[in-house]
Ligand binder design. Structure first.
Ligand code: NAD
Ligand code: ADE
Length: 421
């Protein structure tokens, strides 16, 4: 029998509801959008399937979509990122079917994702492109119903662009990640703060005086590097891109290859979106007790299979901390959150204040898809510039920050060539 929802326990709903409301307080842009949706009902009669981290902030997005008339179903976009009390409240208090349990196996993760697809969604909302990937493989038949999709994160956009490049993409997708009001804030300040929050909640490690190795100096990496330095850590960056490496150098960080800094780091964080960035050859060089974590989308950045092969034993020493004892010198390596996104596994993910903009982009991109789906081809599109800047404007207004406007003379000057030296 197909289940109506699958969560840990509806008994957790009380705390979930309070936490959803708490997050909602610092999501003013999404709140305004939800109010408008409630009147205009842009999603009336539309089935929406979402695969997102089931957090208090995502709950507020689901409520905004529902206010707009959508029939929504949600599964988790990572086996360790679900907040079970939030899932409970969405089911019990808001009647939204959720399929997600923190700590679910990979098998259950995909069963839950399939439960969202069984609902035959017309709009899909992804964080990492697992729904879209299923719609291009195991569930290809359902892709005919899809009007379009939205994608939240860098890794998902890369996967979807690969489908587009190979002429395989079956519906239009809006790359929410690429909006300025998304990655400049969510990836940088959100990941910067919440990744360190996750490492600290898991370990209670002191950053002051520690050497922190950050792999990848993209939007997420620079956020983590900036915040770790602010807490008194000595930060080393590893990169494979010359320009990003140069930027890190000029931002005042040490830059070197992983096989050099492996000996020096007390804490390691990968944020590359790439595979096997930390490998057995690096673990063998690390200090006894090195803390190794990942905040990139998938749990492929740390080679855990390789680590297991060079280890004699493992044990959970604290929640979200797995201690590996190496065959060589009985050295200990501490892996956080099974190598999954440490900010969502061991902490609560990005603060609501920043998810406000990411999810405003999601909500408005979904509305845009509904309005313009027929005009769009099977391509990956950016969030329309007007939507992106309207979100920045609303966020500034909510913070009561005013800015200057161009005078007519300045407007003319900026579009002319005549005035020079
Ligand atoms: P980005 O493209 O801006 O940065 C990735 C950087 O990693 C690039 O500079 C690239 O050159 C570098 N890199 C690639 N391979 C490398 C390697 N082998 N060694 C060192 N550096 C390498 O991407 P981003 O927006 O910073 O996202 C990074 C990852 O984090 C993605 O998987 C993204 O989906 C994920 N993400 C996670 C969260 C979260 O909540 N934890 C939030 C947003 C994005
Ligand atoms: N990704 C990172 N932080 C998040 C959050 N708080 N909610 C949903 N997705 C996220």
């Amino acid at each position: 029998m197909t289940k109506k929802f699958d969560i840990k326990s509806t008994a957790l709903a009380g705390s979930g509801k309070k936490r959803i409301e708490w997050a909602g307080r610092t999501m003013p842009v999404l709140r305004d959008i939800a109010k408008r949706f409630n009147k205009t009902k842009p999603f009336k009669g539309i089935r929406m399937g979402a695969c997102l981290h089931v957090t208090t902030e995502t709950a507020n997005l689901m409520l905004a979509l529902k206010a707009g008339g959508a029939d929504v179903r949600l599964s988790a976009s990572n086996p360790l990122s679900t907040q079970d009390d939030v899932a409970a409240s969405l089911v019990k208090d808001y009647n939204i079917p959720i399929f997600a349990i923190k700590g679910e196996s990979n098998k259950l993760y995909y069963e839950h994702l399939n439960s969202v697809l069984d609902f035959k969604p017309q709009i899909v909302m992804d964080d990492g492109a697992d729904l879209a990937s299923a719609l291009h493989s195991s569930h290809k038949k359902l892709s005919g119903d899809i009007l379009g999709g939205t994608e939240e994160t860098t890794t998902g956009v890369i996967r979807l662009k690969s489908l587009e490049k190979n002429n395989l993409l079956l519906f239009p997708v809006i790359a929410v990640n690429d909006a300025l009001t998304k990655h400049l804030f969510d990836n940088r300040y959100g990941t910067g703060q919440s990744t360190i929050d996750g490492i600290i909640r898991a370990t209670n490690h002191l950053f002051a005086g520690s050497t922190v190795v950050v792999a990848g100096y993209g939007w997420c990496g620079r956020g983590v590097a900036m915040r770790a330095r602010g807490m008194g850590a000595r930060v080393i960056i590893t990169e494979i891109d010359e320009t990003k490496a140069l930027e890190a150098v000029m931002d005042g960080f040490n830059v070197m290859p992983m096989n050099k800094c492996a000996r020096e780091g007390d804490v390691f964080v990968t944020l590359t979106g790439n595979i096997n960035v930390i490998r057995p050859e690096h673990f063998l060089l690390m200090k006894d007790g090195a803390i190794v974590s990942n905040s990139g989308h998938f749990n492929v950045e740390i080679d855990l299979i390789g680590l297991r092969k060079i280890s004699i034993s493992t044990r959970e020493i604290r929640p979200f901390v797995e201690e590996y004892t190496l065959k060589k010198e009985n050295k200990k390596i501490l892996i956080l959150g099974e190598g999954r996104l440490v900010n969502l596994a061991a902490a609560e993910g990005h603060p609501a204040m920043v998810m406000d903009m990411s999810f405003a982009n999601q909500a408005l991109s979904a509305e845009y898809l509904i309005k313009d789906a027929k005009k769009l081809e099977n391509k990956v599109y950016p969030v329309p510039r007007e939507i992106d800047s309207s979100i920045a404007k609303l966020k500034l207004e909510s913070m009561k920050i005013k800015i200057d406007t161009l005078t007519p003379e300045q407007k003319k000057y900026l579009s002319s060539w005549e005035i020079g030296t």
